[in-house]
Design a protein around this ligand. Structure first.
Ligand code: ADE
Ligand code: ZN
Length: 333
């Protein structure tokens, strides 16, 4: 089954490009940009990747992102992730980036986007990998700040498919960003948001009712509301689950306690993603393998999860059909 998982063509819908920043590349770019890292070696840095909750991870993640300065840096970051896509048989990816992590340090929006786009254009050309870019507002910052970011993005609207919401969830509910999401919708952006990762179901109801999102990132806390579970099932609202992330950030004690299989069996539209793979011990295949080995997933479950990813993506129906056929070809072989 592990070989089967590896062979299946897959899509990834929840991946923070800054979260794919491997320590080796971080050290290389830090040296080039003359930026001090408070760790002497790659091994020492990796030892610091021992998190107790979301915030303890975000502190290290934002510190790491400060090493990225030039368009070339963002290109190299993206190029490295694309090589992981090739390794993991990811044929379509929708990646998040956090513009405010960079613009707040004086890096231009255009610099960040151009570097990422160059990497993704090359991915299409060299490997046939398709992609979409989603920019996330940092929810620990103000709605005003998010509005400023939305304004900065408008000249590049053609290259950004959607808007998301990430960072410190507790204390920063979706309602804080109701107006800016309304404006983003008017501008034609697709809408997604992290919700119900650590915070209770009220954040999920707000994300759906006030932000009008099309996909929920994480959403594992939905299990605590029968009403919400029913609604997610009826409306087939996608949940982009990230098992490794949930274990590393102590949302669940271990893989056996993860509720992915329960959500899937209830009939929810869930899929598997890697979130911040450089920090969470593995890329997409490893996420699949970890849940397969601990949650008694069948071959049909795996195929359903993979098809859910393609069907929940922001690609055309025609491309979805093409990709699903490719999945079926491997599934039947
Ligand atoms: N930014 C990067 N990864 C994140 C996560 N898992 N939750 C919220 N914000 C994030
Ligand atoms: Zn995330």
């Amino acid at each position: 089954m592990i070989e089967f998982i590896k062979r299946l063509p897959k899509a990834e819908l929840h991946l923070h490009i800054e979260g794919s920043f491997e320590p080796e590349l971080m050290f290389k770019l830090a040296q080039k940009n003359k930026i001090e890292i408070p760790y002497k070696t790659v091994e020492e840095l990796k030892k610091a990747y021992n998190f107790s909750n979301l915030q303890s991870f975000l502190d290290i993640y934002y510190a790491g992102a400060k090493v990225l300065r030039t368009e070339e840096d963002f290109y190299l970051l993206t190029q490295a992730y694309i090589l992981k896509c090739v390794e993991n048989n990811i044929i379509h990816t929708e990646i998040f980036f956090d513009p405010q992590s960079h613009t707040s340090r004086g890096i231009e929006f255009k610099t960040v986007l151009s570097g990422i786009k160059k990497g993704l254009d090359e991915a299409k050309e060299k490997y046939g990998i398709s992609s979409n870019i989603i920019m996330c507002f940092l929810r620990h910052l103000s709605q005003e700040d998010a509005f400023e970011t939305l304004k900065q993005s408008l000249p590049y609207k053609d290259f950004i498919i959607g808007v998301g919401l990430d960072s410190s969830e507790l204390g920063n509910p979706p309602s804080k960003f109701e107006e800016v999401f309304k404006e983003a919708k008017k501008e034609g952006f697709k809408l997604v948001a992290h919700a119900g990762e650590e915070a209770d179901v009220s954040y999920l109801f707000e994300a759906l009712d006030l932000l009008d999102i099309q996909r929920i990132d994480h959403g594992v806390q939905a299990i605590n509301s029968k009403e919400l579970m029913q609604r997610l099932k009826e409306e087939q609202i996608p949940l982009t689950l990230c098992p490794n992330s949930n274990i590393e950030l102590k949302v669940f004690k271990n893989y056996k306690e993860h509720n992915l299989k329960k959500l899937l069996d209830y009939g929810l539209n869930v899929c598997i993603n890697s979130d911040d793979p450089a920090y969470f011990k593995g890329y997409l295949n490893q996420n699949f393998i970890n849940v397969f080995e601990n949650l008694d997933l069948s071959k049909e479950d795996i195929i359903k999860l993979v098809k859910n990813s393609f069907n929940s993506s922001f690609i055309s129906d025609k491309l979805k059909e093409k990709y699903i056929k490719e999945v079926d070809k491997i599934a039947k072989s």
